[in-house]
Write a protein of this length. Structure first.
Length: 316
């Protein structure tokens, strides 16, 4: 089972919405959404569509990024969404764990009678943290997402499995660069082997990553000097890679449409001997249009959709 961790920004939500429409009935991908905007309109639209299309998802109730970095800003929009609260079996209430907020998790679970909750450790769980074990072993918790790091502690993994919860490994697979131009220095990189080994070798119930996006939350910025399109693909029977398609004219941040054409026209030749997802096909089509540049956010959406479609294809 795959649990992609996504911030609930505009184009990430659009990717999930479109995926839910185009792949109704699939049950092998459950996105984890962390809200980052206090204004809930876009998130509520996505929630309605995911519920309508039968896409199960996890929603983080105590987000910590974006607008919610400020301790005085609380996320309570989900509890005001009647459709969400009336369909509690169709989604997973999720919580980011820290020692400081441990008491808040129980309080929210009890106040809103939430069940089968997900506890997320974005850094590796401290085995000696009794508060964490108290939460994990609670009957209202059904999932534990843990960032084990480069190696899985056998002792921690064994003890987590003894809880009889769904244990999910969270990895930071995408190697983010400060400058887009730097992706051209190593255009083809190993992304993950977890889809092929998490169950058998890791003895885990699922795996999670941040798709082809950085793990750190980044607000939108200025137009880039270089444009980069990040597309994951299956390189062989046991590995997923990500390929970076980077523009060539990177001296200034002008002519973003020209930079898009430079990067996007590299996609079709690369995929000549590879399986095309619908998202990749769309990028190839736009590369050949005179005014095909769809915007940076739209390209992010297609990158995320490509990754979801790729992972879904591995289940077939």
């Amino acid at each position: 089972m795959y649990y992609p961790y996504l911030r609930a920004k505009q184009y990430e939500l659009k990717a999930i919405r479109e995926f839910s429409v185009e792949h109704q009935g699939q049950n092998s991908i459950i996105p984890i959404l962390e809200p980052v905007k206090q204004q809930p309109n876009a998130l509520n639209i996505a929630i309605d569509e995911m519920l309508d299309n039968g896409l199960k998802f996890a929603l983080i109730i105590n987000p910590k990024d974006g607008d919610f970095k400020h301790p005085t800003v609380q996320f309570d929009a989900c509890f005001q969404n009647e459709k969400l609260m009336e369909n509690k079996d169709c989604w997973i209430p999720a919580f980011l764990y820290s020692k400081r907020n441990a008491h808040e998790i129980f309080s929210i679970i009890n106040e809103y009678t939430l069940g089968n909750a997900m506890i997320i450790f974005r850094t590796c769980m401290d085995m000696d943290d009794e508060s964490a074990w108290g939460i994990i072993n609670n009957d209202s918790v059904g999932y534990v997402v843990n960032s084990f790091g480069s190696t899985i502690s056998r002792r921690l993994r064994s003890r987590l499995k003894e809880t009889k919860k769904q244990i999910i490994r969270l990895d930071d697979c995408f190697k983010s660069r400060v400058r887009n131009a730097d992706y051209a220095l190593e255009v083809d990189e190993l992304f993950s082997e977890e889809p092929f080994f998490y169950a058998e070798e890791g003895n885990l119930d699922g795996y999670s990553d941040y798709t082809t996006l950085p793990s750190e939350y980044i607000e939108g910025g200025m137009l880039p000097y270089a444009l980069a399109i990040h597309l994951s693909y299956r390189k062989n029977e046991e590995q997923l890679y990500v390929h970076h398609f980077v523009s060539d004219s990177n001296e200034t941040n002008s002519d973003i449409r020209g930079k898009f054409r430079e990067a996007a026209r590299k996609v079709a030749p690369f995929y000549e001997d590879k399986v095309l997802t619908e998202a990749v096909k769309e990028i190839i089509d736009k590369a050949n249009e005179s005014d095909g540049y769809p915007g940076l956010g739209y390209l992010k959406k297609l990158s995320v959709k490509n990754h979801l479609e790729l992972i879904l294809s591995l289940q077939k």
